[in-house]
Design a protein around this ligand. Structure first.
Ligand code: GUN
Length: 279
């Protein structure tokens, strides 16, 4: 029987540990504040932002919500970020992505000071991770590491294969697995003989962005499979990049969707907010 990795439970444990830390800070008169900026009202973004605010409330972090109209100019957004950079009572700044097309996302991310970059998207944060220095780490990949560690899955010496090379998941995931002494391969849309590569994996991380794309033909028997995807299937049910029903009896451990990686992203964001107090 495969272990179904319970991201909901593990994320709850992390949030409870953070709540405890925050209450100690509070008793010392220290308040942690996260500024959350959303431009426009993309429904998916509104759900994510709402969940982030709820998590802040649970843990005891103050959240400042900035809900800006779709027509906000790049200059207006940059001015707000610069103002929040300077505010001593703001520890973390999060700009929900995607932004409207008329705003340069890279420029916005680069304008957040690295000390408040709780998403870990700033080039300085990414660069620090790549050379093993301290800095904020992108939340989804650090959540994957926590899922593995807290499920007792050893990374050291293992063949770790990542499908997907995005800046916010695939690439930071590779550096984190490397930091844990895994042997790391990144596959992407131009990889030849994808199945041949993925079947080498002891730990397969799937962030490909295609619903139920990975079936058991891509997986070595007994491998650990982490599914970063989230989609709606033909019946409007949530599903991942992995065909769960096809693979569950073939693997030693797997994350479900929903209830796997998803809840970990917010838990790790909260972790970064608590860490931000030390920067
Ligand atoms: N949009 C989708 N995921 C994320 C995330 O982790 N952070 C931000 N800021 N925007 C997102």
């Amino acid at each position: 029987m495969a272990l179904i990795i319970d991201g909901k439970k593990i994320s709850q444990d992390i949030k409870d540990e953070l709540k405890e830390k925050v209450s100690v800070y509070k008793s010392q008169g220290i308040q942690i504040t996260l500024a959350v900026i959303q431009v426009g009202n993309d429904p998916a973004s509104s759900v994510y932002v709402g969940n982030k605010k709820k998590a802040c409330e649970y843990i005891g972090i103050r959240s400042l919500a900035y809900e800006l109209p779709e027509a906000t100019t790049e200059t207006e957004l940059l001015d707000l970020v610069k103002e929040l950079n300077l505010r001593e009572d703001v520890n973390g700044i999060l700009v929900q992505l995607p932004l409207p097309k008329h705003i340069n996302e890279d420029l916005v991310i680069q304008t957040i000071v690295p000390e408040k970059d709780v998403d870990g998207f700033h080039p300085q944060s990414v660069g620090a991770l790549s050379i093993g220095q301290k800095g904020f780490v992108s939340c989804t990949p650090s959540g994957v590491i926590q899922l593995l560690k807290r499920s007792g899955i050893e990374i050291e010496g293992k063949e770790c294969v990542i499908i997907g090379r995005s800046n916010i998941v695939g690439k930071p995931m590779a550096f984190l697995l490397l930091r844990e002494n895994g042997t790391v391969t990144i596959c992407h849309s131009r990889t030849k003989n994808l199945q041949e590569v993925t079947r080498r994996a002891d730990i397969l991380i799937v962030a490909i962005g295609k619903p139920k794309f990975i079936n058991k033909d891509y997986i070595k028997e007994g491998a650990v499979v982490i599914d970063v995807g989230i989609h709606r299937d033909e019946n409007n049910k949530l599903c991942g990049d992995v065909d769960f029903n096809d693979t569950v009896d073939h693997v030693s451990a797997i994350t479900p969707v929903p209830g796997g990686v998803g809840p970990m992203t917010i838990a790790m964001l909260m972790n970064n907010c608590v860490e931000s107090i030390r920067k």
